[in-house]
Structures are given as C-alpha cells and as structure tokens.
Design a protein around this ligand. Structure first.
Ligand code: IPE
Ligand code: IPE
Ligand code: MG
Length: 252
C-alpha cells in the first residue's frame, strides 16, 4: 500500500444525477500569456495577474457549495518554456505561498499539492510542506494545487509503487482493480472532480487529472484566466446543476 494511504478515498461517481452544484471543481487556469500579450507586457505579467485571481476564486467557494477546488498551476510539460518564464514562475510560486500562507490558514482553507516534487527546488518544496502542515487541521475549502503535475506522470508513478507492492507480496495481482489503483494516485484522499473548467478557449485537457475526470462535466470557456471572476464560477456551477449525469445508466 502507499505509505500515506491511511485516509479514506471518496468516490465522485456514485450519484445518479446532479441535483445541485459541483462539490469538486477543477480548473485549468490558461491564458495568462495571451492576456499579457494583449497588453503589450511580458508573459510573467500575466502569470502575476493570474495568481491574484486565485484568491477571489478560493474565497467564493463556500457560498457556492464547492468543498474541493483543484487548480492546475504548472504541468510536467511546462518545463519546455524558456528559462526566464520557468524560473519566473517558480519564484512566483515561492512568493505566492509565503504571502498567502496566513490568509489561507485564517480562512480555514486546507491546502494540498499534487504532482512530482522531485524536480522542484528545495526551497519551494519546503514552502509547500509548510503550507500543507500549517493548514492540515482546516476543514473548510480543500484547495489542491497541481504543481509539476501531469496525469500520465501521476499514473506512471502510481503504477511503479503498485508494482513494488506486488513485488513485495503485500498486493496480489488479482486484487488490482478500479478501487485499488486510485489509492496510489496523488489525489487518493480527494473525491473525483465533478466539474472541470478550462479558460482561454482551448478545448483540451493537457494531461490534467486523466484518471479522475473520467466522468467529470467539462466547461471550455473563452475568458482568459486573469479575467475569470467569482461571478463566472457561480454561473458555471449553476449550469452544472442542470446537467443530467447518467454515469452510463439510463435517465429515470
Ligand atoms: C497558463 O497560462 C499558466 C501556465 C501554463 C503556467 P499560459 O502561460 O499557458 O497562457 P497562454 O496559453 O500562453 O495564453
Ligand atoms: C495547461 O496549460 C497547464 C496549466 C494551465 C498549468 P498549457 O498552456 O500548458 O497547455 P497547452 O500547451 O495549451 O496544451
Ligand atoms: Mg496556455
């Protein structure tokens, strides 16, 4: 078993129909670069503006009934960007965590990070650990930040640990099923996302929560992330309430 699998996994695909808003919203925060470009500014200007939107979006979750919010901050593919942009983003993440730590803790937000920490610098990893620890007792909004995250990478890392348990004899191959595998994913303590939103007009998921979003509802909206507002999230949550989630069954 994974070393940290002592918390129960909640599944998000057991209900028949969405009667209310989404409990878990996941957001691919895209469009920072284009937002900056439209203003004749460097891409990092857009990333800073994007980081400021996160606070408002986290704050509006309680009144929307969103208990879990997962945001895609940096993908395993984003290392392909210029060194200036990557190091600017890493320093933004460090500053963001230091600056927001107290406010998040005070607002009863529980923060977790998903993704592979091995490629991140020690100072950033230390801040991530501190923020997780600082907010570990909170039970308000569960904010998960995907940082150096890739869905395929996550499944590969999970499979490696699972294979190790089989090799050690603590897991039998015939016991590997749809319930077992997600216990090895970074998200093992989270329910599956109900609603996945991507901003900036791109209709792709770019390696985000591949396993977990099997039955998510999707919204691809044109708004660039730095322009995204609490009102827009509210509108998308209400629209979600009207969706008929059948999970393969026949509507009754
Ligand atoms: C999303 O905005 C933020 C990250 C991927 C880190 P982009 O930087 O991808 O913005 P666009 O897509 O170039 O506009
Ligand atoms: C997805 O956006 C990753 C994040 C939002 C962190 P990208 O801008 O990297 O995705 P592509 O390149 O358009 O697929
Ligand atoms: Mg992009």
């Amino acid at each position: 078993m994974p070393s940290d699998s002592n918390t129960s996994t909640e599944t998000g695909t057991s209900g028949a129909q969405a009667l209310s808003g989404p409990r878990h919203v996941a957001i691919i925060m895209d469009g920072n670069g284009r937002w900056a470009q439209a203003r004749g500014r460097p891409r990092l200007f857009g990333h800073h503006a994007g980081a400021r939107r996160v606070r408002e979006v986290v704050s509006c979750c309680p009144q929307l009934g969103v208990k879990y919010l997962t945001i895609f901050a940096f993908s395993t593919e984003n290392w392909k960007r210029t060194q200036v942009e990557v190091s600017g983003l890493m320093s933004l993440f460090r500053r963001y965590i230091s600056k927001e730590m107290k406010a998040l803790a005070a607002r009863n937000v529980r923060v977790r990070f998903i993704g592979d920490r091995l490629r991140l610098d020690d100072k950033l990893v230390q801040l991530m650990d501190d923020l997780e620890l600082e907010t570990a007792q909170n039970d308000g909004t569960h904010l998960t930040i995907a940082l150096n995250y890739g869905g395929r990478d996550e499944v590969a890392r999970a499979t490696r640990r699972l294979a190790q348990d089989v090799a050690d004899g603590s897991l039998l191959p015939q016991d590997v099923d749809e319930e077992t595998l997600p216990r090895y994913l970074d998200t093992h303590v989270l329910p599956d996302p109900d609603l996945v939103i991507r901003t900036s007009g791109e209709a792709r998921i770019s390696n985000f929560l591949l396993w977990q979003s099997a039955y998510a509802e999707y919204e691809f909206i044109d708004t660039l992330w730095p322009d995204f507002t609490a009102e827009e999230l509210g509108r998308l949550c209400r629209r979600f309430g009207g969706r008929d989630r059948r999970f393969g069954a026949v509507a009754t």
